[in-house]
Design a protein around this ligand. Structure first.
Ligand code: NAP
Ligand code: MG
Length: 479
């Protein structure tokens, strides 16, 4: 099918002002770290964007001390209404500077500007607005008459939604009266550092938010710090298990938002065109770097051929390329390491006997790229049906009865998300009831809202983020 030719429509990067190097944001000030520095690159071009300080254990200690002092002298003494004012201010600043954040996020992460502009940044602001509203109403959240914060919270986040994950962490922590030390992912620190500037602009008291950049060891130093009261982590199940082991036997609270292998279940009465759009949204949104992606498509056997054919026709129209182009649907893979992982798992899919198809689109010469790919003939024992690929790769399996669909959907160590496509409301309710997944979407996929709790079953973690349930994760004795 011929695709329309679109003239390039690049968003200007003149709106962002990237410094050549960044320090750590501790106690409201920029300080040099005691460790080495590393570079953050644009994954679409491999261009170095900035030098970033790697915080070591002594830097983490300074940040925790700043957070402790801010907690006991200022933040825990402030009324909820006053804390809320700061959060509203931050939310408005995120909206005012939305274009700057969107361009910076696309540059550092590789995701299309269409998504940073329409999803990541507006949702990040929405999280601050939503939690700002809770700050003076915690006694009415059904969590007891006077729920108490933990104190100092250590937060470690991944690279797939850098600013959005930061807002999922910082907004509820601050609203409930905690102070934070947050580490962004090594490959995507820039929007967290711009957020630090927003905290200064909002006149947030020094030490309430501390941003310590770095890699794995910096994260470990946060997890291990004895004066941290609670750890909130989003990332892989492997690291989540290590964190759970590290803090076992300590007094620290913990919430873990981990990996997933979401089943997107299509029954034979589903509206096919809408379903195809939902499948695309489920696995090709954000290059498939989504913990709750619909990475396993379970299609009823009688319509499997037709769904696969229509899906392939639709995928041929996806535009892969420059993340700053407003027409781009699929951007760059975030890092070479992630590209290698996707490549290896896809090779394993072929070697184990699944049929591989990709949309054959041209790819840029520089940067990290992977074509939208579909595997059919996948069986449950294949690695591509079991392991999280975290890339634009869909595994298609079939089923004959609703019972078989549910059994296959639940046959995974994960339990984060699932989707159901059918014309019948009763079938939606029956299926959703059987699925062991924290989020189940019906006739849609990958919808997010700050009012809605998000989190997993089984090895997808514990605790919820968002909604009233998410507040509980930041209040002592509530979760
Ligand atoms: P990751 O390797 O687990 O990293 C997550 C964060 O933890 C990064 O900041 C990382 O640092 C840090 N880290 C690594 N080792 C650590 C350690 N030993 N102690 C403390 N911190 C450590 O995960 P990723 O590959 O970046 O992210 C992808 C994973 O996140 C996927 O599995 C995805 O499903 C999951 N995820 C889950 C959700 C959810 O809400 N459930 C949301 C988004 C992503 P550096 O990377 O800087 O080295
Ligand atoms: Mg980067």
């Amino acid at each position: 099918m011929p695709t329309f030719e679109y003239a390039p429509a690049p968003e200007s990067r003149a709106v962002v002002d990237i410094a050549s190097s960044y320090g750590l944001f501790i106690n409201g000030e920029w300080v040099d770290g005691h460790g080495t520095t590393f570079k953050t690159v644009n994954p679409a071009s491999e261009e170095v964007l900035a030098d970033i300080h790697e915080g070591d254990a002594s830097d983490v200690d300074l940040a925790v001390k700043a957070a402790r002092t801010a907690y006991s002298r200022v933040w825990s003494r402030m009324s909820g209404a006053d804390r809320g004012k700061y959060l509203f201010r931050i939310a408005r600043l995120l909206q005012e500077r939305a274009r700057e954040f969107a361009v910076l996020e696309s540059l550092d992460n590789g995701k299309p500007i269409k998504e940073t502009r329409d999803v990541d940044i507006p949702l990040a602001a929405a999280h601050f607005f939503y939690h700002a509203g809770w700050a003076d109403k915690l006694g009415h959240a059904g969590l007891g008459p006077d729920p108490q914060p933990y104190g100092v919270v250590g937060q470690v986040i991944p690279w797939n939604f850098p600013l959005l994950m930061l807002s999922w962490k910082i907004a509820p922590a601050l609203a409930t009266g905690n102070t934070v030390v947050l580490k962004p992912a090594e490959t995507t620190p820039l929007t967290a550092l711009l957020f630090a500037e927003v905290c200064q602009q909002a006149d947030l008291p020094p030490g309430v938010v501390n941003i310590v950049t770095g890699a794995r060891e910096t994260g470990q130093a946060i997890v291990d710090h004895p004066d941290i009261d609670k750890i909130a982590f989003t990332g892989s199940t492997g690291v989540g298990k290590m964190i759970a082991r590290s803090i076992a036997g300590t007094r620290k609270g913990v919430t873990l938002e981990l990996g997933g292998k979401g089943a997107n279940i299509v029954f034979d009465d589903a509206p096919i065109d809408q379903t195809v759009e939902g499948i695309v949204r489920g696995i090709f949104f954000n290059q498939g770097h989504v913990c709750c992606a619909g990475s396993r498509l379970l299609v009823q056997e009688s319509i499997a051929e037709e769904v696969t054919r229509r899906l392939q026709r639709r995928l041929a129209t996806l535009r892969v390329g420059d993340p700053l182009d407003k027409n781009t649907d699929v951007g760059a893979i975030n890092s070479r390491a992630q590209l290698d992982k996707i490549t290896q798992l896809s090779e394993a899919g072929e070697a184990e006997g699944a049929q591989r198809w990709d949309n054959g689109c041209p790819l840029p010469d520089k940067g990290f790229w992977f074509r939208p790919t579909v595997f059919s003939g996948v069986t449950q024992t294949h690695r591509i049906a079991q392991e999280e690929i975290f890339g634009p790769v869909l595994s298609v399996l079939t089923f004959r009865t609703p019972q078989e669909a549910v059994a296959k959907a639940n046959n995974t160590p994960y339990g984060l998300s699932a989707g159901i496509w059918t014309d019948k409301g009763s079938r939606i309710l029956w299926t959703a009831d059987q699925l062991k997944a924290g989020v189940v979407w019906a006739n849609t996929f990958n919808q997010f809202d700050p009012t809605s709790p998000f989190g997993g079953y089984k090895e997808s973690g514990y605790g919820r983020e968002g909604g009233r349930h998410g507040l509980a994760g930041y209040l002592k004795g509530s979760n």
